[in-house]
Design a protein around this ligand. Structure first.
Ligand code: PRX
Length: 692
């Protein structure tokens, strides 16, 4: 592989940055790993503690051969995360009038905003509502809502009273919601009537009802379901008279709406079960604006978030109050180099960890102003993202490689229609970003002015663990670069030996940072087995990783996406990255496929850009490209034209399904997380039956 280009931080970014040089990063990093108690103790001191934590802050065991795995940070310290991200900003930092969120709805004309003081009031009210409904500290509350301000209100209200929120992404099915409610024994479900995703109406309450029916069939009849009227509110937005909450900022009345738009907004009656269902707005009417927080131990559970497991059954990842609070706040500050006055936009849904850590807790802990976007990247048109960036003068923008590749398909023109002059830093998360997408993001979106932070982390890690710092780290496209403060990575071989210098193998971490998950809800053994058994003494990420001669870390994809061709370890991500460098290819997915001689070989699916043709010449060019980029060993044995790829609702390619398609195996297992099942049949019928 030829040496990748290096992009040093722009001097003007470094000059104003919290961490202005790589030397400063190294000094702080050394201290963070040698003296974690002192390093994090100073950071913890900048938060409000009812009872300050005492030293040592960290107690843990990572070695399963020595006993139970546990991680504790600041145990005995007493605080409240909601108090820290709201009350403290309003009362001590004078940020009450500052906008916490600009909410941008699915339709461009639906927009509103909420200040820190207003958010605090709403959270207090809803916390009182929950208490009135009998919710107590430690109770689990399931939240199944669209991207609305009330979702943040609901989660912070739980945190305020010490209840444990379990947010289920609103794109999940009734079955998945039911499974998650049952696994964590939730006592209340908070949902909404429905919402529009593009021009598609999602009747969320209908799905929630189906989930509750399934729960009841499994002997778990949930007694309370609080329902936000969100679709109804669209009507409220337009009538020009009502006290819409949050208030409507777009010109009323409804004369502006044309007939077609109105039709789109019309929605069916919300199904209602009076013995279970409660309207959010009814409950809020008389709720007090003041609510004493529940003072919690730093190690009390803050939330559960389910993530998929290799066994098929999702794992309830548990994060606790104190460590998660200080780590998300610190990573947000340094990785996005946050300064007062920034407008920050993270496009992730709050239903995923990115939305928890970097749309809610991290930004709020810093008193930041964020954009909360309900809609889709290309609705109503392909310029929507760039239009929103200009509308709010977004300075820090955080999105996923899959979104970047999607937008790339439409070329530069839709981007260039908007100035994007406010942008300062760009971020990516969720999967390895192929250098071609990285360069497009850098050159086209960021006009070569904005450093890119490629942040590697997981639901389990709570926050960024490998990441560049924009004023300090010279970026290499496709590399998540170096560890964040307190994080000690290592690369192990199959035998569990640590590899030094340039190496490739299993990515593990040697000691805990404050936001590492503490357990799998209700199944500590699964936590120990999944993350600590394979290599005793280490947290095992499940990702493959390469360290180059300069010490940069390159995630090569999940270990299960690795393949061994004739005894050579290959990463499917590496092959995909080569394929998408071809000008005809918009997206590619490579999977391992059994081979009688080589053991495994590569089967590749490629989605072409509009107007490009799939033919023998293209196949030959692609094979040549992979050979050139990686070596003859990586030459694909199969390349199939794929009009679409099977993806989860969060945009991840389901390679497990592609492996089955390649083998003509119709037993696809659980495909409930698949966003669109219609591509599957087509992919089966277009299968390559012989080696190219
Ligand atoms: O494989 C890695 C990939 O996403 C996995 C974690 O997924 P999840 O828990 O859903 O959290 C996603 C958001 C943090 C990782 O094990 N991943 C995440 N970020 C990156 C990445 N792979 C490469 N580069 C990244 N920046």
């Amino acid at each position: 592989m030829s040496a990748p280009e290096v992009f040093p931080p722009p001097p003007e970014v470094s000059a104003a940055a919290h961490i202005p040089s790589f030397k400063k990063y190294q000094e702080m990093y050394e201290r963070s790993v040698q003296e974690p108690n002192a390093f994090w103790g100073e950071i913890a001191n900048s938060f409000y503690w009812r009872v300050p934590p005492s030293q040592p802050l960290l107690r843990y065991n990572f070695d399963i051969t020595k006993g139970k795995i546990f991680v504790e940070w600041m145990k005995g310290g007493v605080t409240n995360i909601c108090y820290n991200v709201l009350d403290r900003n309003v009362q001590e930092k004078n940020l009450g009038d500052k906008v916490a969120f600009y909410w941008e709805g699915n339709e461009p004309e639906d927009a509103t905003s909420i200040t820190y003081a207003e958010l605090l009031k709403k959270v207090c009210q809803f916390a009182n509502v929950l208490r009135d409904q009998g919710v107590k500290k430690g109770d689990r509350i399931s939240i199944y809502m669209p991207m609305v301000i009330e979702l943040v209100v609901a989660m912070l209200a739980c945190a305020r009273i010490g209840a444990i929120h379990s947010i289920v992404f609103a794109g999940f099915s009734a079955e998945s919601l039911c499974e998650r409610i049952l696994d964590s024994h939730c006592s209340v479900l908070i949902t909404a009537d429905g919402f529009f995703r593009g021009d598609k109406l999602i009747n969320l309450k209908v799905i929630a009802d189906e989930a509750l029916k399934k729960c009841a069939e499994k002997n778990y009849p949930l007694k309370k379901c609080i329902v936000l009227k969100h679709l109804g509110r669209d009507d409220v937005f337009c009538d020009g008279t009502s006290n819409a909450s949050p208030p409507c900022k777009r010109p009323c009345p409804n004369m502006q709406e044309n007939k077609q738009e109105k039709q789109k907004r019309s929605h069916p009656q919300t199904p209602w079960n009076p013995s279970v269902d409660l309207w959010w707005h009814d409950l809020m009417k008389n709720a007090s604006l003041e609510c004493e927080p529940e003072w919690c131990d730093a190690e009390d559970q803050l939330f559960i978030l389910y993530t998929s497991g290799s066994t098929g059954k999702p794992k309830g990842v548990v994060h606790t109050v104190g460590g998660y609070m200080i780590f998300t706040a610190t990573t947000f500050k340094y990785v996005f180099d946050y300064h007062q006055g920034d407008i920050y936009w993270c496009t992730a849904d709050i239903g995923w960890i990115t939305g928890h850590s970097y749309l809610t807790y991290g930004p709020l802990a810093n008193g930041a102003t964020s954009v909360l976007f309900e809609g889709l990247p290309i609705y109503p048109d392909i310029s929507r993202m760039w239009q929103i960036i200009d509308k709010y003068s977004v300075s820090k923008f955080y999105t996923a490689p899959t979104a970047i590749r999607l937008l790339m398909k439409f070329g530069e023109e839709p981007v260039k229609r908007y100035s994007r002059k406010s942008l300062k830093i760009l971020g990516t998360v969720g999967e390895p970003i192929n250098p071609e997408a990285w360069l497009w993001y850098y050159n086209v979106v960021g006009d070569q002015r904005c450093p890119i932070v490629d942040t590697f982390w997981q639901t389990e890690t709570g926050g960024h663990v490998l990441t560049p710092l924009p004023g300090a780290t010279a970026a290499k496209p496709g590399s998540a670069t170096f560890p964040f403060f307190g994080v000690v990575p290592a690369i192990l071989d199959e035998a569990g030996e640590e590899l030094e210098g340039e190496a490739e193998g299993y990515l593990v971490f040697k000691q805990p940072w404050p936001a590492l998950m503490r357990t799998v809800y209700g199944n500590h053994e699964r936590f120990e087995t999944t993350y600590f058994k394979k290599f005793p003494g280490y947290y095992v990420t499940g990702d493959g990783c390469k360290r180059d001669k300069d010490g940069y870390y390159w995630i090569t994809g999940r270990i299960d996406d690795m393949l061994n061709v004739s005894g050579h370890l290959l990463s499917t991500a590496e092959v995909e990255s080569a394929l998408v460098e071809h000008s005809s290819v918009a997206e590619a997915a490579a999977v391992s496929h059994p081979h009688p001689v080589k053991g495994e070989c590569l089967y590749c699916f490629v989605t072409l850009r509009d107007g490009h043709e799939f033919n023998k010449t293209l196949i030959d060019q692609l094979k040549k490209l992979v050979r050139e980029k990686i070596g003859p060993i990586a030459t694909p044995d199969y390349i199939q034209n794929a009009p679409g790829l099977p993806k989860t609702r969060s945009g991840k390619i389901m390679r497990r399904v592609l492996r089955k398609i390649a083998k003509d195996d119709h037993d696809l297992g659980d495909i409930s997380t698949l966003a669109d099942t219609t591509v599957i049949q087509q992919l089966f019928s277009d299968r390559c039956k012989t080696v190219l």
